[in-house]
Structures are given as C-alpha cells and as structure tokens.
Design a protein around this ligand. Structure first.
Ligand code: COI
Length: 355
C-alpha cells in the first residue's frame, strides 16, 4: 500500500455545478498528487496537496527533449453513490510500456492505482453526475534534471490532476467530420507512435489546424511508409463497420493501444459480431463507400468514448457515412460502455473498480 501524505486545501473552490454543459479539460479540482523519483532513491515522497503551479528549472529536461508521458482515464458516479474507475489497470500497464520506451523508470502498478484512488477519494465531490459527464483523470510524468545534454533524466515528477468534463467534441454524440491526412504523418513503426507521449500529439497539430480550418474536427492518419494504410485519429482509435463486419487497424507499433478500443473489440466478440484487427487501406474504405457497404464509422477513446463519424474526406473525395446520424452499433456500444462505467449494467468483464 502506497504511503501518501495528504495536505488538504484551506481554500476549496466552488464546484462547477453551474457549468452547463461541462466542457472538456478547462476546470481543475482542489487537489493534485505528486511523487518524485531520483536515481538510487526510487519513487518516493507520495503526497496529495492543493492544486497549484509547480516550480521547475528552465533547464529541466522535459522542456528541451520532451521526455514525458501522460495517461487518461475517468471516474464516474454510479446511481448508488459509488465512484467507479474504468479498467485503471490498463492505464497502469500502458504507463509502464510508455516508460520503458522513453527511458522513464517504471512505477509499481498497484501504487499507481492507489494514487489515483486516493486522489479521487479526496476530490470525490467533484465527480459530476449529469448524463455524459465524468471526472477525467490525467496522470503524467516529466523529466526534471536541470541539464542540456541528451540522455535520460535522473529525476522525475509523477503527477495526477483531475478535471470534471463533458463531451470531448462539442458535437457530443452527433457525428464528427474527419479529414484523412495525406501530407504529413503521425508516427512510424519503431518510433514512439504506440507510446502515450506528448511528441505524438505535437506532431499532429499542423494537420489538425489545417483540418479545423476546412471545417473538420480531427485528422485520420495514414501510415508513414506506404501512405495508404489507416492508423488512428488525433484523439482516438478508429473502427469501420463494413458489410456486417467490424474492422479496425491492427496494433502495428505505430498505433496507440486504446483501452476503449480493447473494450469495443471484446464487446463485439461477446455479441457475436465479427471483428477483424487488420491492415486496412484507404482504397478499401473508399471502395466500401462507393459500393454502399460502409455502414458505420466511429472513433473510440477515453476522452471521446464512442464518437460517430459522419463524413470522411480523402483528397478530393467526400464520403458521407450513411445518413450522417449515429449508427445502431455505435449507439449500442456507447450505451453499453457508459452503462458499465456508471454501474447501471452488469459488469461481466469486471472492468470497473470502486474508489
Ligand atoms: C484520452 O482519450 O484520454 C486521451 O488521452 C486523448 C487526449 C488527446 C484527450
């Protein structure tokens, strides 16, 4: 059991009960978790303190070479008053996978989950209750050595902050429009595409701005070698329902292994819906669109949950997906996943964990 010192705030903020609807990632709770690392000493000094700015040397390595990682998960308020986390063990495992890739020392996965639980418990009053809302949990680690040479840092800070959120996209459950990028690439196999590190997101910004300016919500990336195989969207993994079969790009080293992605695959399998994780070319998607077998497209992510896609744009081709409304499967997946997260549906897979 992680030993955590707790210092409560003397000046609690007003809860955002008047914010309607809650936006994504703009409000932060009263407390945050911090733990330090030093070579030879390991992870130590776990504490929960009032949410506040942190002081770092301008030479801290995170500012120069981007040695940092982050995660995202959510806490939900069940009708019976319990606060539930969704598959936090997957985030703990993925944190250590990312850490190994970018030379950050691993964290004991039980300690990681203990830290999340303890912080959410302290700020439990901040877990929102309106439909479509949750408490977003953002664990992250930064390299803090004051040094300008390129090497792994010897010191780190692991922090967790909390933010009561509504839908990630202003569209909510209305389908989003996605731009298929054919100019820039996000990641390549052997790079850091499957790690949850800021570098992958900064690589996406230029295309995202271009897509936004053209009226699209997000960018769908093609692979960096052939420039033809589907990878993932800026903030989510992507699924297609083609002629009754659900297909999603297989994890190939450059795609983020999403927790919601994994949950959707398991649910579809449980329901007897054929699911294929495979290499999918943009030509196949265009062909399915042209012959009328592209039935549904949706993104999956912790922030995005299930996000229906109503239009894909690839080069000069504009592909509206069916009626432009949420598809039957996307709706069923959204209802089931959020139902389990909120403790309304039977949790047969034991995915939820009480705080
Ligand atoms: C999440 O879905 O939790 C993420 O980390 C994606 C982020 C870009 C909001």
């Amino acid at each position: 059991m992680l030993n955590i010192r707790i210092e409560k705030t003397q000046a609690p903020k007003e809860l955002p009960t008047k914010e309607n609807p809650l936006k994504f990632g703009t409000i932060f709770t009263d407390h945050m978790f911090i733990m330090n690392y030093e070579t030879g000493k390991g992870w130590h000094d776990a504490r929960i303190v009032p949410y506040q700015p942190i002081a770092l040397e301008p030479s801290a390595m995170v500012f120069h070479y981007g040695q940092e990682m982050f995660e995202g998960l959510k806490a939900y308020r069940a009708d019976d008053g319990r606060t539930l986390l969704f598959r936090p063990n997957k985030n703990a495992e993925r944190t250590n996978r990312t850490n190994r890739r970018i030379c950050i020392p691993e964290i004991d996965e039980n300690d990681y989950i203990d830290a999340i639980k303890a912080l959410v418990k302290v700020d439990e009053a901040w877990v929102p209750t309106k439909p479509g809302t949750s408490l977003y949990i953002r664990p992250f680690i930064i390299a803090t050595d004051p040094f300008l040479g390129v090497r792994p840092s010897d010191t780190y800070m692991f922090m967790i902050i909390l933010s009561p959120v509504g839908a990630y996209y202003p569209e909510g459950l209305n389908p989003v429009k996605i731009w298929i990028e054919d100019d820039y690439v996000r990641a390549v196999k052997g790079g850091i595409g499957e790690a949850k590190t800021g570098g992958n997101y900064v690589a996406s910004l230029k295309s995202q701005v271009k897509a936004h300016d053209a009226g699209y919500s997000q960018v769908l990336w093609l692979d960096g070698v052939h420039r033809k195989y589907i990878e993932e969207v800026g903030a989510m993994n992507i699924f297609f329902k083609i002629n009754g079969t659900v297909v999603t790009p297989m994890l190939n080293g450059s795609i983020l292994p999403g927790v919601t992605r994994d949950s959707v695959i398991q649910l579809c399998k449980n329901w007897g819906i054929p699911v294929e994780e495979k290499r999918i070319s943009i030509d196949e998607i265009f062909e399915a669109y042209q012959n009328g077998t592209l039935e549904e497209v949706f993104g999956t992510g912790t922030a995005a949950v299930i996000s229906p896609v109503g239009e894909l744009r690839w080069e000069d081709h504009i592909m509206p997906v069916k009626t432009g409304e949420i598809g039957e499967l996307s709706q069923k997946l959204y209802d089931t996943i959020t139902g389990i997260q909120l403790g309304k549906l039977e949790d047969n897979n034991k995915w939820t964990v009480e705080v």
